[in-house]
Design a protein around this ligand. Structure first.
Ligand code: OGA
Ligand code: NI
Length: 341
C-alpha cells in the first residue's frame, strides 16, 4: 500500500530514481509544448442539421490526420461531468487507510485501485499516477463490485457510464457514415466492453523527468476522455503537442481496433500524459472495446480492389493479452506493428 503515489508524493522534493524516464523519453521542456491546432472541436448539436455532411468530413479528416477530435454539446450534462469529477476528487483525497481496502495488484479483480501503470514496477520505470479501474457494461453485472464510498459512487458512475456509452455509439455511427458502412456496424460485439479508468496525477516536483502515461496508442476501439486540466499530449508530425483542455468537452481518440477495421483509413492516436508541479490532474477515461472473442480484421467493404489489405485477422482477446504484456514490460505498446501485413 505504501506504493500508492498519493501516500508519499508530498514528502519528496526530488523524483525517486525509478520514476525518472531516460533522456530520450522524458518530456523535458516539452511539458509546455504548444497546443495542437489540428484537433477539431465538433459541436454535436449541429450534427442533425444541414451541417451534417461537413461535420462528418471534419471528423474523418481529423481521424486520418491525428486520430483525435473533441466534441461539445454532446448530451452528457455538465452537472453529471462535475459530479463524476468531484466524486473522484473525493475518492483520491480519502486518507490512505481508507483507500487501502481497494488497492490491488491483481488484474483480475473487478474493481481495483492501482499505482503507476498496471502495477508498481520494482525493476523498471514507473509513471506518476494512481488509478481506479473497472468495467461498466452491462451496468447490472458490474455495479455490485464498485465501492460504497464515496457514498454516491454507484449512482454517479452508473449514470456517467450509461451516458458516455450512448455518446460513444452516436460517434461510432458518425464514423460509419464517414466510412460509408451501415449504421450500427459497431453497435453490437465490436463495442461490447466498456472499461472505465480514472487517473489521478498528483503534482510532481520535477515534471520534466517523469510521465503520467508513456507514449502509447490505446488497445480499444474508441476512447472518450474528460480532463480537468492540461496534461494530455499527442504525437503529430514528429513532435509532441498539447491537447487543449476545453471545459466539459470529450476528447475522442481513435484506437487500435478502429485502425485495423478501417484498414488504416482511421489512425490510432499516439498520445501521452505530462505532469505539472502545482495542481493534481484527474482524467476520466472510457475505453470502448470489442468483446474478447471478436475476430478483428479490415472490413472487406473498406478494402477496395486497388488497395492492399494492411492487417492480419486476430481474436481481440489475443491482441489484448499481448498489449498488456507489452505494457507490463514498459515497451511503449507497439502492439499494432506486429499485426501489419
Ligand atoms: C490512457 C490515457 C490519458 C489521460 O489511460 O490510455 O491515455 O489524460 N490517458 O489520462
Ligand atoms: Ni491512452
Amino acid at each position: 500500500m505504501s506504493t500508492l503515489l498519493s501516500s508519499w508524493y508530498r514528502s519528496v522534493e526530488t523524483v525517486p530514481a525509478n520514476y525518472v524516464f531516460s533522456e530520450d523519453k522524458r518530456p523535458g521542456g516539452d511539458i509546455a509544448a504548444p497546443v495542437c491546432k489540428d484537433i477539431p472541436v465538433i459541436d454535436l448539436s449541429r450534427v442533425d442539421g444541414i451541417d451534417r455532411h461537413e461535420i462528418i468530413q471534419k471528423i474523418m479528416v481529423a481521424n486520418q490526420d491525428s486520430g483525435m477530435f473533441q466534441v461539445i454539446n454532446h448530451g452528457v450534462s455538465e452537472e453529471l461531468v462535475d459530479e463524476t469529477m468531484n466524486l473522484f476528487e473525493e475518492f483520491f483525497n480519502m486518507p490512505t487507510e481508507d483507500k487501502a481496502i481497494y488497492y490491488s495488484e491483481d488484474g483480475s479483480n473487478a474493481f481495483r485501485l492501482c499505482t503507476s501503470s498496471l502495477n508498481y514496477r520494482k525493476d523498471g520505470i514507473n509513471t506518476w499516477k494512481d488509478s481506479v479501474k473497472h468495467d461498466c457494461h452491462p451496468l447490472e453485472d458490474n455495479i455490485q463490485s464498485w465501492p460504497e464510498r464515496p457514498a454516491r459512487y454507484r449512482e454517479v458512475v452508473g449514470a456517467y457510464s450509461v451516458e458516455v456509452r450512448k455518446l460513444s455509439l452516436r460517434i461510432l455511427d458518425l464514423i460509419c457514415e464517414g466510412l460509408g458502412i451501415e449504421l450500427g456496424y459497431f453497435g453490437d460485439e465490436l463495442s461490447k466492453l466498456q472499461d472505465f479508468v480514472v487517473h489521478h496525477y498528483p503534482p510532481c516536483p520535477e515534471p520534466g523527468l517523469v510521465l503520467g502515461v508513456g507514449s502509447h496508442t490505446d488497445a480499444s476501439l474508441l476512447t472518450l476522455l474528460q480532463q480537468n486540466i492540461y496534461g494530455l499530449q499527442i504525437f503529430k508530425d514528429g513532435q509532441w503537442l498539447g491537447v487543449e483542455p476545453i471545459p466539459y468537452a470529450f476528447v475522442i481518440n481513435i484506437s487500435d481496433q478502429l485502425e485495423v477495421i478501417s484498414n488504416g483509413k482511421l489512425k490510432s492516436a499516439r498520445h501521452r500524459v505530462v505532469t505539472n508541479d502545482s495542481v493534481s490532474r484527474i482524467s476520466l477515461v472510457t475505453f470502448i472495446s470489442p468483446s474478447l472473442e471478436s475476430i478483428i480484421e479490415p472490413e472487406k467493404a473498406l478494402v477496395s480492389a486497388s488497395e492492399l489489405r494492411l492487417f492480419k485477422s486476430f481474436r481481440y482477446k489475443e491482441y489484448r493479452a499481448i498489449y498488456m504484456a507489452n505494457l507490463r514490460e514498459g515497451k511503449g505498446t507497439p502492439t499494432l506493428e506486429a499485426y501489419k501485413l
